[in-house]
Design a protein around this ligand. Structure first.
Ligand code: R5P
Length: 321
């Protein structure tokens, strides 16, 4: 019986060995030591070989929600951040139209899509607190009805280091989105390109460590070279410990800067190999200052308080300049 449905009383206590790092003999990156040269080289562009960590700047949100706040003009708001990122996570449309081909940054290319935030949703009528209301049908997640949205030839033309694919485990389209992942892994691995499985959390799914352990491990077992998920306050180190490949965290909705830095810090200290962050950077009052502070926390082990001080100082300097 699957762990997720087995009662605690019926199963052996879990052992995550969170204090014993997984080894990767001869290569700096978790779970990646037995790949071929090309894939190792591409992953070395995404993750800094000195510390095995990355600051990915995510600005692919437009692929399903159009001109997201802060991304209305990517040339104006994102290009100034490019020097401070290790890797740019974006769509092919923005890469070709806006990002200079002279960039030295690794490319994490969005490779799934096909739905939008206004995809028609099946609705049902019900009653809530005595009032008639309309709900989306439970278990029906139109956003999860994605396909692959990029050929491998196109990924090669765009010099992608890694492809990003959304996977909706527990949704109506779980099987289809897992097939998107495995199709991309099959295609990309022929050419030494990596695949990052992105845990997408539908409305019906709990954002807890039990869910993320399940989702990240399934994606790694099916061939994802990197997995992206959210940070959880409870049990995050068990997620990173039982996922055999690197985990990077998504930032999620905009938080006050200190809280966002705390989240980065705790994720890194609990085994994440980096962040793939968007709104908490480009929606900040001072995006470059925030980006530098996030780098400090990820690459220089600054505490959240030190990172926040850095953010405030840089923001003040920028205001005076
Ligand atoms: C969402 O699906 C996008 O793929 C983003 O790349 C991802 O959510 C990370 O961005 P944020 O830090 O804004 O959550």
């Amino acid at each position: 019986m699957a762990d997720i449905t087995t009662s605690a009383a019926d199963r052996k206590e879990k052992e995550y060995f969170t204090d014993v790092p997984q080894t990767s003999p001869g290569f700096f990156l978790k779970g990646s030591h037995q790949y071929d040269w090309g894939l190792k080289n591409r992953l070395s562009k995404v993750f800094n070989p000195k510390d095995g960590r990355t600051v990915m700047l995510a600005f692919d949100h437009g692929y399903f929600q159009g001109p997201t706040t802060g991304l209305e003009r990517v040339d104006q708001t994102i290009l100034p951040l490019e020097p401070y990122a290790d890797c740019l996570m974006l769509t092919r449309g923005i890469q070709r139209s806006i990002v200079p081909a002279s960039t030295q940054k690794a490319i994490a290319l969005r490779a799934s899509g096909g739905t939008s935030m206004v995809s028609p949703m099946e609705e049902w009528e019900g009653e809530f607190e005595g009032k008639k209301v309309r709900f989306g049908r439970p278990g029906f997640e139109p956003l999860s009805n994605e396909s692959t949205a990029l050929s491998i030839e196109e990924a090669i033309r765009l010099n992608a280091s890694i492809l990003a694919v959304q996977v909706f485990i527990g949704s109506a389209y779980e099987r289809q989105t897992l097939k998107n992942l495995t199709d991309l892994v099959d295609g990309a691995s022929r050419y030494g390109i990596g695949v990052m499985g992105v845990v997408a959390v539908g409305r019906a799914m709990a954002r807890n460590s039990q869910y993320f352990r399940l989702a990240t491990r399934i994606m790694a077992e099916l061939g994802a070279n990197v997995v992206k998920c959210y940070y959880t306050e409870e049990g995050f180190e068990s997620i990173t410990s039982c996922c055999p490949v690197p985990i990077v965290i998504a930032g999620g909705k905009k938080l006050p800067e200190l809280e966002a830095l705390q989240m980065c810090y705790h994720a890194i200290q609990q085994g994440a190999n980096g962040v793939d962050m968007g709104r908490n950077i480009f929606q900040s009052d001072a995006p470059i200052s925030m980006m530098k502070a996030v780098r400090g926390v990820v690459h220089e082990n600054l505490t959240p308080e030190q990172g926040f001080q850095m953010y405030q100082d840089l923001k003040a300097d920028a205001a005076q300049a």
